[in-house]
Design a protein around this ligand. Structure first.
Ligand code: AMP
Length: 286
């Protein structure tokens, strides 16, 4: 596996590469979710490039940035074992040279849920770094996890609005056997917090069960979800349209249920998309 540090070397690799290139953007501290994205890139593309960059501009809390787990040697070994061709790990100075002044913003979508909690700069930071990575690597396919559902919606909109020549591949959320969505932040949980963190997936399961039982009122579904959190207070628990992220009052088709909560000092997010059985049948006959 090549480890590439500069944009110039990355561009030179891209120019030489024959066949398709897949990019998996990451911030490192790899787990099963990252592995699933890398395997998909390996399977679907001739060249799999994984970027590793802890992007300071998308962190709204400097303590969160400082505490973000970093272990490049371990990450490199795991990526190599999965058959990744390139680990693109530029320095902060390479990505943001002195005088850097540009930002890419997706209005509206970036302002709700994660955007509202983490501030308007979060998704601007995400969009700016993803644009830069797409420009430097020029992949045919870019792989993102459904775990970060709003990131998927925002990046999809940016790619469409700016006519970026890339196809997006979205990989389902990888979970621990007990349902906890894998996250680099899970490493920070104490054993007690690890147990309480199950509140998020339990909330999503309860909401799904309510919809399966025929409940259609979003407030009633959200109440059932909250009741399953065993006292953990969500920062938000919302039923929204999966593309526009606008709130849904009555479930009448695909709905994204998104939840965020602080477990001790660690902020976790999770989500699921549910399609009620009756609307599934309707969708398949129209
Ligand atoms: P991160 O390193 O946290 O920025 O994540 C890099 C990519 O991995 C993003 O596209 C995430 O959505 C994705 N990802 C993170 N956790 C998971 C997971 N549990 N399952 C699937 N994809 C994930």
């Amino acid at each position: 596996m090549n480890v590439i540090r500069t944009n110039a070397e990355m561009r030179a690799y891209r120019r030489r590469a024959t066949g398709s290139v897949g990019l998996v953007p990451t911030m490192g501290a790899f787990h099963g979710g990252h592995h699933a994205l890398m395997r998909a890139a390996r399977e679907r593309c001739d060249h799999a490039v994984v970027s590793l960059f802890v992007n300071p501009t998308q962190f709204n809390e400097s303590a969160d940035l400082q505490a973000y787990p970093r272990d490049e040697a371990r990450d490199a070994a795991e990526a190599a074992a999965l058959g990744v061709d390139v680990l693109y790990a530029p320095s902060v100075e390479e990505v943001y040279p002195p005088g850097f002044a540009t930002s890419v913003q997706v209005a509206g979508l970036s302002d709700v849920l994660e955007g509202a909690e983490r501030g308007p700069g979060h998704f601007a930071g995400v969009c700016t770094i993803v644009s830069k990575l797409l420009n430097v690597v020029q992949p045919d396919l870019a792989f993102f996890g459904q775990k970060d559902a709003q990131q998927v919606a925002v990046v999809r909109r940016m790619v469409r609005d700016l006519d970026l020549p890339v196809e997006l591949a979205i990989i389902p959320t990888v979970r621990e056997p007990d349902g906890l969505a894998m996250s680099s932040r899970n490493q920070r949980l104490s054993p007690d917090e690890r147990a309480r963190a199950l509140a998020l997936s339990r909330a999503l399961n309860a909401a799904t069960a309510a919809i399966d039982a025929g409940v259609r009122d979003a407030e009633a579904i959200a109440a059932a979800a909250r009741a399953a959190m065993n006292g953990v207070q969500p920062e938000y628990l919302a039923l929204v349209d999966p593309d526009s992220f606008q709130p849904i009052a009555t479930v009448d088709g695909r709905v994204l249920i998104a939840v965020a909560a602080r477990i001790g000092a660690t902020r976790l997010i999770d989500n699921t998309i549910v399609q009620p059985a009756a609307t599934r049948e309707r969708a398949s006959t129209t």
